[in-house]
Design a protein around this ligand. Structure first.
Ligand SMILES: [Fe+2]
Length: 341
């Protein structure tokens, strides 16, 4: 459908309406296909890491509160967001540093990129962070980070901030002290929710996952084992989604989180879906062609596949990709669609 031709009387009419903050719908260009203003993008670890380390020299965690380089989509300048619905940032914390305790409405995930010895404390429990681990910080939970190790630790922060902003519900608050008291033993959430068991009193809800950490060791083994029983999915390779163990749903009400393995030589079929996604390469080398643009990837690179852009993976070496997207929210709202070529 094309917009009707504009004639002088209609133009004058439209101008009159404009004064009343009213617009004729028939002059609007109709949306023909899904998608957003975000564009496919890549941040190469080899290029970003030196700047991250430079940031560690230039600003302390005390000054910065969180020493994060935000990965802003080139087509969404001024928003600080990687897609129209997701935030992505690389955070670095040096040995001995503390990132003080705060809480905020947006849900956050941490995907550990490099380094050992850091922890995230969530509501009184310290969660050790190791490369490849996925750590949950549910919205409005007190959290702080610290590095008790001997090397810098870097992780990818993924947040649903644009949702909180859209709803006008973005609250934040500082804890009175820098570090919150430890009220639960390390591994408490894992014992309660991470052993295919649930506390007796637990009632399922669509809230974020009560399991705070999903260690890479277990995820990697699961992906490896899948290959023993059959071939890869034509588009995704061996791909699993992380769950809220109390519901079987996504770990966040807004964000879906995934890990996939592309065996060496994998040449994936084209695929697209309405969820915009942020990928972080864990292992391997290959390429991702997103919306017609080819990106060669290497470990720790971050890529963005916006909504409804065709994605096609190739793996030169055995590769593992972590990703998160807004699929959880889209499914809950009934918007999510996919298409395989
Ligand atoms: Fe935070």
């Amino acid at each position: 459908m094309t917009a009707p031709a504009v004639n002088p009387a209609r133009s004058a009419f439209s101008s009159e309406l404009a004064a009343l903050s009213v617009k004729p719908l028939w002059e609007r260009v109709m949306r023909r296909a899904p998608g957003t203003g975000a564009v496919p993008a890549q941040w190469r670890w080899s290029e970003v890491k030196p700047h991250l380390m430079r940031a560690a020299e230039l600003i302390t965690t005390q000054e910065a509160e969180r020493r994060v380089l935000m990965l802003e989509n080139p087509a969404l300048k001024g928003t600080t967001f990687a897609t129209t619905t997701l935030f992505a940032g690389l955070q670095v914390i040096l040995p001995g540093e503390i990132a003080r305790t705060h809480r905020h409405a947006p849900n956050a995930l941490r995907f550990i990129v490099e380094g050992e010895g850091a922890y995230t404390a969530v509501e009184g429990e310290r969660v050790t962070m190791r490369p490849g681990d996925f750590v949950v910080t549910p919205g409005w939970t007190w959290h702080d980070h610290g590095n008790v190790g001997a090397e810098p630790v870097v992780w990818l922060d993924g947040l649903d901030t644009p949702f909180a902003n859209l709803f006008g519900a973005h609250f934040r608050e500082d804890f009175p002290q820098e570090t919150q008291p430890r009220s639960r033993a390390d591994g408490d959430a894992g014992a309660r929710y991470g052993a295919n068991l649930l506390p007796l009193e637990h009632r399922g809800s669509g809230r974020p996952s009560p399991l705070l950490s999903y260690p890479y060791e277990r995820t990697r083994e699961a992906l490896e084992r899948l290959a023993l029983s059959g071939g890869p999915d034509p588009a995704h390779g061996y791909k699993l989604r992380y769950i809220n163990p109390a519901t079987g749903g996504h770990p966040f009400p807004t964000m879906a989180v995934f890990m996939q393995r592309l065996p060496a030589g994998f040449a994936g079929a084209r695929y697209r879906a309405t969820d915009g996604a942020v990928f972080c390469v864990v292992e391997g080398r290959g390429s991702a062609t997103i919306g017609g643009r080819k990106f060669d990837f290497a470990p720790h690179d971050v890529l963005v596949a916006p909504s409804w852009e065709w994605v096609e993976f190739r793996a030169a070496a055995d590769s593992v990709l972590f990703s998160y997207s807004d699929r959880a929210a889209q499914e809950a709202l009934g918007f999510w669609r996919e298409e395989a070529a």
